[in-house]
Design a protein around this ligand. Structure first.
Ligand SMILES: Nc1ncnc2c1ncn2[C@@H]1O[C@H](COP(=O)(O)OP(=O)(O)OP(=O)(O)O)[C@@H](O)[C@H]1O
Length: 316
């Protein structure tokens, strides 16, 4: 699939000297829902803000649908909608006025039919004449999405769209995002909720300390999650894998007191049955058995362990 966002060697050093982005290369396929994960301070918002033209990059290039975000700013920006992390709404405006105004900011001609559709899609139509101050937090968040969609962008950035919202609203936001994707909008969202990434994303990118440490299709990541480790605790230690078990890929652990077998729980044949049969012929006696599944959370935690000494030095 062609990429709609193309980021090359992107650097951001803030005036304080802090290097928030360190040579980011990233392609986001057209029509994907792309989830950007990473711990606090990893650089997710900085990355989004650079692409949206809110923060200037120190080096590197970004193209949105082939338009350079600096030399072809207007064309690039008109393709992009941004729902920022913080809710900033004008308390005394009505829903209708604020969303229509946002469209005008992009120099687009009035299109009441489009605004009506956006408000209906986001279940805000009944509230169109309400002042923003009278809305709940969840509704205000929807208004932010409506504003971002007012100029019919092809790419929508959502910076933590469901932070602090209740489970019901979160699910309904997911529905909204999915239906946008069905209408051809590419979605890039940041989230701290791994469940959100699991539920929504076609592709997952992990950012840590200003670097992209992983980009993978979700189903490939999920296949990895099917990976389990079976640990066989032995009564007596072994020095090497017995010949009777040569057909199985095993590792020795625990100073010879454990054999570890890695398999995919999603496979039709996991090999566990034949392993147990062969254990018997190898004459090994088991003290205990346990299985452990890796989770997206574990993969994530592994990837974002404390920054390396080199990156710490770079930040100084
Ligand atoms: N204007 C600024 N001046 C100096 N440093 C900044 C500025 N804005 C952000 N930073 C620093 O850049 C780093 C990345 O911040 P950023 O907001 O992009 O992280 P994030 O991944 O979005 O975090 P979170 O998950 O908390 O939203 C942080 O260490 C932050 O303190």
């Amino acid at each position: 699939m062609a990429s709609i966002i193309s980021i090359r060697n992107l650097e951001k050093r803030y005036d304080s000297g802090f290097r928030a982005l360190k040579g980011i290369d990233l392609d986001i396929p057209d029509g994907d829902i792309f989830a950007l994960l990473g711990p606090n301070g990893a650089g997710k918002t900085t990355l989004i803000n650079v692409v949206c033209g809110i923060v200037n990059a120190s080096a590197g290039t970004v193209e949105a649908a082939g338009h350079n975000i600096i030399s072809d700013y207007r064309a690039a920006r008109s393709l992009i909608g941004l729902v920022p992390q913080e809710l900033t709404t004008d308390a005394f405006e009505t829903v209708w006025a604020t969303v229509s105004f946002s469209r005008g900011l992009f120099g687009k001609p009035k299109n009441p039919a489009h605004i009506e559709k956006v408000l209906k899609d986001l279940s805000l139509w009944d509230k169109r004449n309400n002042m923003l101050m009278t809305l709940s937090g969840g509704m205000k968040r929807r208004v932010m999405i409506a504003k971002a969609l007012s100029h019919e962008p092809k790419i929508l950035f959502l910076d933590e769209p469901t932070a602090g919202v209740d489970v019901e609203l979160r699910r309904s936001m997911w529905e909204v995002v999915r239906s946008l994707r069905e209408h051809g909008v590419t979605i890039i969202l940041t989230t701290h909720y791994l469940e959100e990434a699991e539920q929504m994303a076609d592709r997952i990118g992990v950012v840590n300390a200003g670097e992209i440490v992983l980009v993978e299709q979700k189903h490939e990541l999920m296949a990895k999650l099917g990976e389990k480790r079976l640990t066989l605790q032995l009564e007596d230690a072994v020095e090497q894998i017995p010949d009777a078990l040569a057909a199985h890929t095993l590792e020795i652990g625990d100073d010879g007191y454990a054999l570890v077998y890695t398999y995919n729980a999603n496979d039709k044949r996991t090999g566990i049955n034949s392993l147990f049969r062969d254990l018997d012929s190898a004459g090994l006696r088991l003290r205990d058995v346990d299985t452990k599944q890796s989770s997206l959370e574990e993969i994530f935690v592994d990837l974002v362990k404390a920054p390396t000494s080199e990156s710490t030095r770079n930040d100084a």
